[in-house]
Design a protein around this ligand. Structure first.
Ligand code: BG6
Length: 516
């Protein structure tokens, strides 16, 4: 295995930027709206700190936190230090590195819905930029709820902050979810269009920054053997799983309005689906990749109530056990209604009516409180030419242990012709010594470099809602007769999700332990 690994390492060192390795982005000021919020504290500030450590933030770059919380800059720095310590493996922070990072951090308490406060924001921005010698390139990062995002966009536009000056750029990062339904997503995009060019808008879906998600595209692009068999002639079905062990993690009130389809399926899983199913783009340019993703998603068959009843399943976790410890059910979580009908598990059969995929089901599932954290794409090939052969299976594991495994049939040693199933298992941590880096680090750097390939274009953001709105509507309608099934925390969701596959002679590839 190791020799395959080292050969791979030598011959396949391909970078996304086609060899153009950029170490530090142009100096810019990142205005972080929602700086006291959960995402900023858990992910964004630690990611920015790592970027600074890795030399990806130029010396003049500034981070200006904005939120309603009435912190001073000093308090913001202290909170950032705590957040970075929490995110580090051993809970510690390199004091000297942090001091140098903290000098970039500034904070303005403000209400983003109050237009009159944007003058103060501009002053704070200009003052910080002068102090650091920043050149006026700006990123407005909206880590806000969709309603607040729309307000912030309008106020940035009306106050003149959305404009570009001579020789400097302004970019807008919009954190998921993009709206809460199709109508609000369209309204938000409309509002954005009034004030920003699409070329300067970066819609963030952090799954696109995960190493293996990016690798999906490269695997297909760079390996000649895959493309000829990537179709209905050779592939029986595809499984996409994003299983989480966590419950709603104190976000009950948010989750009640979201549910797993909004929270995971129409965002993260849609991106995985598009990258797996799309035709190869004509190039790796952002627009070519976005066009290819959009084309295949446009061909996804609409969900009808009949299809939802026949080949989709929704569930909600009840009390159960995780790692032998009892955990409460969803309805007992803080912020959740005791009679909640919100789904925490969904399994949807996606079908593409295209020459490549006609008749090939894509089983997509995601859920909270499942037994194991695993995100993977499983491509199940059709039976081999010999009746005795097992079908090949290609598994692309996104997390937790990034890697690729290919299962195939070989002859068991000995005089008798006996088949043995083996897996060629390539694990990233055996192959590469580099730290993989968090998705947010990659994506923030992409935005600073002006590379939007791994962001979501407006049309696909809307298409995601268009495709999944009928699911949300049918599941919300009491008279459609589509049951919300229970599953015990710590199990793989309602057994009905397995029966949908069994009815077609398929079986979930459950859990990494099966493959080892
Ligand atoms: C977020 C969802 O977008 O993704 C969360 O809102 C979910 O509910 C999270 O837990 C999963 O991300 P990751 O990177 O931990 O798989």
């Amino acid at each position: 295995m190791q020799s395959v690994a080292s050969r791979l390492e030598t011959h396949h060192a391909v970078h996304w930027e086609a060899g153009a390795r950029v170490e530090a982005a142009e100096a810019c000021t990142l205005v972080l709206f929602g700086a006291s919020g959960d995402l900023a504290q858990r992910k964004l500030l630690p990611a920015l700190y790592r970027m600074a450590l890795d030399g990806h933030l130029s010396a003049e770059s500034v981070i200006l936190g904005v939120a309603l919380t009435s912190w001073s800059t000093e308090e913001f720095r202290a909170e950032a230090r705590r957040a970075i310590a929490r995110a580090s493996a051993d809970g510690s922070v390199d004091e000297e590195a942090f001091r140098s990072f903290a000098r970039r951090l500034h904070y303005v308490p403000m209400d983003v819905t109050d237009a009159s406060e944007y003058r103060r924001l501009r002053w704070a921005l200009e003052r910080a930029e002068r102090a650091h010698g920043a050149r006026g390139n700006r990123i407005f990062y909206l880590s806000l709820t969709p309603t607040l995002q729309a307000e912030a966009v309008r106020n940035l536009g009306d106050s003149g902050l959305s404009g570009r000056g001579a020789g400097r750029w302004t970019r807008l990062v919009v954190e998921k979810p993009f709206g809460v339904d199709l109508a609000s997503a369209r309204a938000l995009n409309e509002r954005i269009r009034e004030h920003f060019d699409e070329a300067s808008v970066y819609r963030m879906d952090h799954y696109l920054g995960k190493e293996m998600v990016q690798n999906l595209l490269l695997l297909r692009f760079a390996n000649r053997i895959l493309e000829p068999s990537w179709n209905r002639q050779h592939i029986d079905h595809v499984q996409l799983t994003c299983a989480e062990t966590v419950g709603v993690e104190g976000r009950g009130a948010y989750y009640e309005r979201a549910g797993v389809v909004r929270d995971m399926v129409q965002s993260h899983l849609l991106q995985l689906l598009a990258l797996t199913a799309m035709d190869l783009p004509s190039s790796l340019s952002p627009d070519a990749v976005h066009d290819a993703k959009m084309a295949v998603m446009a061909a996804a068959r609409p969900f009808t109530p009949e299809r939802l009843r026949a080949e989709c399943v929704r569930g909600q976790y009840g009390p159960g056990f995780m790692n032998g410890r009892p955990v409460p059910g969803y309805r007992q979580e803080p912020g959740v209604a005791p009679d909640s009908r919100t789904e925490t598990f969904a399994m949807l059969t996606v079908r593409f009516d295209t020459p490549r995929w006609a008749g090939v089901p894509f089983y997509v599932r995601s859920g909270k409180r499942l037994p194991r954290r695993v995100t993977e794409v499983v491509v199940q090939f059709k039976d081999g030419p010999l009746a005795m052969a097992t079908p090949n299976q290609l598994v692309m594991r996104v997390q937790p242990d990034e890697g690729i495994s290919l299962r195939f049939a070989t002859k068991a040693p000995g005089r008798v012709l006996r088949m043995h199933e083996v897996a060629l298992d390539l694990r990233y941590d055996d192959l590469f010594d580099e730290r993989l880096g968090e998705a947010y680090e990659h994506l923030l750097l992409d935005c600073m470099l002006g590379i939007s390939t791994r962001y979501v274009r407006q049309d696909l953001a809307e298409r995601g809602w268009e495709l999944f709105m009928p699911v949300l509507e049918a599941w919300a309608a009491p008279n459609e007769g589509i049951a919300l099934l229970d599953y015990a925390a710590g199990t793989w969701g309602p057994p009905a999700a397995g029966r949908v596959l069994e009815a077609r002679g398929h079986r979930w590839n459950d859990g990494p332990e099966k493959r080892r």
